[in-house]
Ligand binder design. Structure first.
Ligand SMILES: Cc1ncc(C[n+]2csc(CCOP(=O)(O)OP(=O)(O)O)c2C)c(N)n1
Length: 292
């Protein structure tokens, strides 16, 4: 790999994002974070669902798995369980992760796999041309919600803290250094790590533009204590301005890979174990007996 290519970016594909899309900034920032973490691209797997943001892993020079809509987290959990030595990053949009994938989001937090979840939050469904997403502001007018969005927005940061996720953060893609440091900390953190990143959709969300994100966000104070879950939750329900930074961090949680029965009795990764066909056969027979 040449030095120029050694930044995880794939250069042999056309990028299908609009010029000026916030996804470019997140791609650049993630590329810098991965480079600074000195990760081996062969040990890194990105997983995504469907959407403009979910195309991101295809634009990186890493292993990736493009899942179904809203289903990035199950393959990400499975990949990490099969080979805990891998670094697994799930990357998708707010629609994919919190809408179609909302149920998976909540229950994957309960499972606590050691994965990093990066959400490109542009508060709109971009790929399908501007319908409201779960994080769209109430009253926002879209081509479908012509009288304005009736529902209250989904608050991923508050939900994640309420579910006792082990690392919960929010960033603004325009703050490149801050976002990079948060991503690095999230990847280093052991357990389910959420990085919700505000980004502009210059084509389908004219309201939440760069100016709006600048005026309606601020950075959590240095003395915010991320180990204090109650304080983190209080900060997460602030609405305007919206805080950015690491809200909550808890390293005491056991991860899914550590707690799953298959790993408790044998610490070899699943991919290194062979399966005796006779064992599978006898399991199937026992099941048939049980079901009658
Ligand atoms: C089950 C299912 N529902 C809906 C769609 C249509 N669909 C594809 S991408 C998408 C929205 C993606 O939005 P988001 O995750 O916010 O990403 P963005 O495109 O804004 O980056 C929708 C509704 C689909 N392909 N499959």
């Amino acid at each position: 790999m040449t030095e120029q290519q050694n930044d995880f970016k794939r250069r042999d594909v056309d990028i299908a994002w609009c010029p000026g899309c916030g996804n470019f900034g997140i791609r650049n920032t993630l590329s810098s974070a991965l480079t600074e973490l000195d990760l081996d691209p062969r040990q890194l797997v990105m997983v995504c669902g469907i959407g403009q943001a979910a195309k991101a892993p295809q634009y990186f020079n890493v292993n990736f798995f493009n899942g179904l809509h809203g289903r990035a987290l199950s393959p990400a959990t499975g990949i990490k369980a099969a080979n805990p030595e891998l670094t697994v990053v799930a990357e998708s949009g707010d629609g994919d992760m919190y809408g179609e994938g909302g149920n998976h989001f909540i229950h994957t937090i309960r499972r606590n796999p050691d994965i990093t979840v990066i959400v490109h939050n542009n508060m709109v469904y971009g790929l399908t041309k501007g319908q409201a997403s779960p994080t769209s502001e109430q009253d926002m007018v879209t081509p479908v919600q012509v009288n304005g969005v009736a529902l209250q927005p989904f608050n991923p940061v508050a939900v994640a803290i309420a579910q006792n996720a082990s690392f919960v953060s929010r960033a603004n893609a325009a703050n490149r250094e801050h976002t990079k440091e948060i991503i690095k900390e999230a990847i280093r953190h052991k357990g389910f790590s959420l990085v919700d990143i505000f980004q502009v959709c210059i084509t389908f969300n004219k309201h939440n533009n760069h100016k709006w994100f600048k005026e309606h966000t601020y950075t959590l104070e240095e003395d915010h204590d991320p180990s204090d879950r109650e304080a983190a939750f209080r900060r997460s329900i602030e609405e305007d301005p919206l805080p950015l930074g690491i809200f909550y961090k808890n390293s005491q949680h056991t991860t899914f890979e550590e707690s799953a029965p298959a790993h408790r009795t044998d610490n070899r990764p699943l991919f290194e174990r062979s399966v005796e066909l006779s064992t599978v056969q006898s399991l199937l027979e026992r099941r048939e007996e049980a079901v009658g």
